[in-house]
Design a protein around this ligand. Structure first.
Ligand SMILES: N[C@@H](CCC(=O)N[C@@H](CS)C(=O)NCC(=O)O)C(=O)O
Length: 264
């Protein structure tokens, strides 16, 4: 190992002695080291991951295949965040149709995802992903506040259209309107919500678009029009990321998961 690497290793190990006080020195050391010649960012980040304790995270289990994450876009958002931050995690799969006692103790509302920070189990993907960003700021996934709600109405419009039984009730048009304005936004500002690099808003929207594509394809034989080419390319770019492939739900779980909304 080169002298520079020995120094980086020592810095990371001392900076991550798993208490809050050292986080400040980690930030300072990262800033100083990253300006030096020979600094290898990926090597540094893999060291960070290897010396951190794995983060415990409870997510929905697949209903069709053992040991796979299930069809929860909020859980995938959290897993994607951990993956993109190169953090180690210990994924606990929860059968939501038969919630175990241990799970209800840590998540009294019975919802996933929940993540353990220190001694506390924290619910809600908004809160969890903000906490991860705060505790592990490198690499940054922060989306500027003025861009963080871009595309945020697509998911509710998708559900409205999926549940609709009346083809003329305007729900399809409402979804098309949301997708069109997202397409216009990407054309001007893309390829991702914050420009060239994936950020937190993409990790939230990506899994929802994945559900949209599978559920509307299956239940309504509907797909996003080819004319919305920026949205199409956006989905392709997000869906083909290694982190997405590793954490995505199986299409059959997505189809099964949305069935109650369609038949109710
Ligand atoms: N706002 C929450 C929503 C979480 C949520 O609704 N999770 C669903 C699974 S996708 C859940 O746990 N439902 C409880 C159940 O199905 O019993 C978040 O962003 O984490």
């Amino acid at each position: 190992m080169s002298t520079a690497r020995v120094h980086q290793t020592a810095t990371v190990v001392s900076a991550l002695s798993s208490n809050v006080k050292h986080r400040v020195s980690f930030r300072r050391n990262y800033s100083v080291l990253s300006t030096r010649r020979g600094f290898n960012r990926n090597f540094f980040l893999s060291l960070v991951a290897s010396v951190s304790d794995p983060i415990e995270v409870c997510v929905k289990a697949s209903t069709t295949f053992p040991n796979k994450p299930g069809d929860c876009p909020f859980c995938q958002r959290v897993l994607l965040t951990l993956e993109e931050k190169h953090l180690q995690y210990d994924m606990k799969l929860v059968d939501l149709s038969n919630k175990p006692e241990w799970f209800l103790k840590i998540s009294p509302e019975g919802k996933v995802p929940v993540v353990k920070f220190g001694e506390k189990w924290v619910p809600d993907s908004d809160v969890i992903t903000l906490s991860i960003e705060e505790k592990f700021p490198y690499p940054s996934l922060a989306t500027p506040p003025e861009k963080s709600s871009v595309g945020s109405k697509i998911f509710s419009s998708f559900i409205g259209f999926l549940k609709s039984k009346n083809p003329g009730d305007g729900t399809e048009q409402a979804l098309l309107d949301e997708l069109s304005s997202f397409n216009d936004y990407l054309k001007e500002n893309g390829p991702f919500i914050n420009g060239e690099k994936v950020s937190a808003a993409d990790l939230s929207l990506g899994p929802k678009l994945y559900h949209l594509e599978i559920a509307l394809g299956h239940y309504k034989k509907w797909s996003i029009p080819e004319s919305l080419s920026f949205v199409k390319s956006y989905m392709k770019a997000i869906f083909s990321k290694d982190s997405f492939i590793k954490t995505r739900a199986l299409p059959e779980d997505v189809v099964t998961g949305w069935r109650p909304k369609v038949v109710s």
